[in-house]
Design a protein around this ligand. Structure first.
Ligand code: NAP
Length: 461
């Protein structure tokens, strides 16, 4: 649906764009793809090339001229050439005087050069108005029309009018231009396509490390121990039982790790008596990836729900229930209903269901399309208050799961407690410290500090 609409937009341009001439320097992959899209959108495209000969690859209806001839035909020139070849523009400086030069280039490494490519271009052709744009869109996406992943075009430049002209072209192509300010922002815009999920690195690595740890932990406790002491082969636990232990454990630990940096930040601010000193770098970075940590936690919680749903159809579970029933029948016994156990089991399930429901709600409100529609206070309410409620419910779900087996010596194997007991450490610390922090004797000074009040001004560091 979206795809169609984007293509329809691109193919049905604003008629005011009709026949406006745009020059593209370079007939490489990107120049051709952009030229093709602009012709589709109603622009007249002139290519400036080292070889003024057209080929079957050049879009039909486009002219191919020398750089100097092509530049004279348009007010906007898109430089679809690698930065290392920009010096060919120096002799053209006079012709390029007053023209809008669009720098679309990317580098191979983050901060590869001391100045951005767009600033370098502005230095080479000082009389031109340089605008940085289109570097976040790929030639392939332009050509195939699959612009869903990269519809946003960051635009920056020192000349407002030039920037506006480039943003109009982006809109006519079905893209979404975002004004990022002056040419000083170009370096950041050039670094953007080189980043690979920067905020996801820590959450993913952490969850991989924790998954590996808990996998071997559960393997030792549930499979190897049973094999050594009872000579039983429970290796099939690797398929469902162990993942269904790891998933809730990770969901709970990661959820607690979303709230732990906030608690640490509050302690640091209280200790320093000011909010005007930077947090340590590791804490800053941790706080910046809280949303990603929460989403990974939600993914583990969702897997836990799915694994739990298949428990009744597992062969091992059906065998255990039937063996128990048969044993009771053979011994002519019945088991009276244990109301305490029934309460524990129902409360455990109810807490899990409510916790998961709020977890999903938190995940949904972190989506940009939803968070853009709530104000800051509403967002904070959901992420902070409902977030803590989710953590309380999920921690309670785990505590009640332990029930009367909790801390029982018989549950230890090789002195190793159940994995869920380890999972409770971080959430309990977070909740206890948070509980202490809401006491008025701490909450009041903390609120004052966050409003700008300082106990002892310290500007060093
Ligand atoms: P390309 O296929 O290698 O094409 C570059 C073009 O530059 C060549 O076709 C050539 O055009 C021209 N050229 C090469 N050497 C030159 C020289 N010494 N002097 C003057 N012109 C020269 O590269 P591309 O993939 O189209 O990329 C072009 C620019 O777009 C790069 O800065 C790149 O970072 C940026 N970009 C590319 C993509 C993408 O998906 N490919 C995405 C975003 C941004 P003529 O033979 O016509 O002279």
């Amino acid at each position: 649906m979206n795809k169609n609409s984007s293509n329809t937009m691109a193919l049905a341009p604003n008629t005011s764009n009709k026949r406006q001439t745009v020059c593209v320097f370079g007939t490489g992959d990107f120049g051709r793809a952009l030229g093709h899209k602009m012709i589709q959108s109603g622009y007249h495209v002139v290519f400036g090339s080292r070889s003024a000969q057209t080929s079957s690859l050049i879009p039909k209806d486009a002219e191919v001229l020398s750089h100097a001839e092509a530049a004279q035909k348009a007010a906007i020139i898109i430089i679809a050439i690698q930065r290392q070849h920009y010096n060919f523009l120096t002799p053209l400086a006079e012709i390029l005087q007053g023209k809008v030069l669009v720098d679309v280039s990317n580098n191979l490494k983050i901060n590869q050069y001391p100045e951005s490519n767009a600033e370098y271009l502005a230095q080479l052709v000082p009389g031109a108005k340089v605008v940085k744009a289109f570097n976040t869109v790929s030639a392939w996406a332009l050509q195939s029309g699959t612009l869903d992943a990269s519809r946003q075009v960051f635009v920056c430049g020192d000349d407002m009018e030039a920037k506006q002209m480039v943003m109009d072209i982006a809109r006519a192509l079905g893209l979404t231009p975002l004004d990022r300010g002056s040419l000083l922002a170009a370096q950041e815009i050039e670094n953007y396509p080189l980043q690979l999920f920067p905020m996801w690195k820590f959450p993913i690595l952490l969850s991989l490390g924790l998954t590996t740890f808990f996998f071997f932990y559960c393997l030792i406790r549930e499979v190897i121990y049973a094999y050594v002491y009872e000579n039983k082969d429970f290796s099939f636990f690797i398929a469902i039982s162990i993942p269904n232990r790891i998933c809730p454990v990770l969901a709970l630990i990661l959820l607690a790790l979303v709230y732990l940096p906030g608690v640490l930040a509050a302690i640091i601010q209280l200790y320093r008596g000011t909010k005007y000193r930077r947090f340590p770098d590791w804490l800053d970075k941790w706080m910046l990836c809280r949303k990603q940590l929460g989403l990974v936690a939600l993914a583990f919680a969702s897997l836990h729900v799915l694994y739990t749903l298949v428990i009744p159809i597992r062969s091992f579970v059906r065998w255990r229930i039937s063996s128990r029933t048969i044993a009771l029948a053979l011994n002519n016994k019945t088991e009276p209903l244990n109301t305490t156990n029934a309460w524990l089991s129902d409360s455990y399930l109810a807490l899990g269901i409510l916790g998961f429901f709020l977890f999903v709600l938190l995940g949904i409100t972190s989506l940009p399309s939803v968070s853009n529609n709530v104000n800051w206070r509403e967002f904070r309410f959901v992420q902070s208050k409902l977030g803590y409620l989710t953590l309380i419910l999920c921690t309670a779900h785990t505590l009640v799961y332990g029930g009367n087996r909790f801390l029982s010596p018989s549950s230890y194997r090789w002195y190793l407690p159940n994995a869920y007991m380890l999972a409770l450490v971080v959430p309990c610390i977070v909740l206890v410290v948070k509980f202490v922090l809401v006491f008025p004797c701490l909450d009041k000074p903390l609120t004052q500090i966050r409003q700008g009040w300082e106990r002892k001004p310290q500007y060093s560091e």
